[in-house]
Design a protein around this ligand. Sequence first.
Ligand code: FES
Length: 198
Amino acid sequence: MTTSDLNEDGEPTRRDFIHIFAGVTAAIGAGSIVWPLVSQMNPDASVLALSTKDVDLSAISVGQAIKIMWQGKPVFIRRRTEAEIREGEDTPLAALKDAVARNDNMSDKTDATDDARVTASDGVARPEWLILVGVCTHLGCIPLGTTAGENRGDYNGWFCPCHGSHYDIAGRIRKGPAPENLLVPPYQFVSDTLVKIG
Ligand code: FES
């Protein structure tokens, strides 16, 4: 503001008042547009509930596997037998095509040991429970092996018939064109028999 914008009492002229008023009005207008956008971007409780899924494990017997849907994707949950756990643990890393754990609950530098494939978000490995996103890492087919009697492939885990990928009993790729192990999703055990996926 220059001295020519002041009236004889040294106060802002009417023209300045209009400018100041317009500026304040514009700021309020911008604020009122931003607020609904911000409030729409905050997910409400129903959206958060959809992003996680509680699964009751109590009805799954040893050796059995189930498939559930989470965020539009199949998730395999297998309750492994003692022999299956041993088979997974006895597999050397050198035998794996993909030596990275691919476990969303762990650092992406973790080795794909059997333990690392069954570790939940609390850092505890529960070898009996193997939880995987059931999407082949080649081109996205759903591998077989969850339902009893289905082809489990050459490594007793899952088999993707689309182009012949074989996954082992820890969901690790062992043969075929798939480049990576089946992904372990984020999950936490709420109790011994209740797991929250997501
Ligand atoms: S999509 Fe599974 S092997 Fe190609």
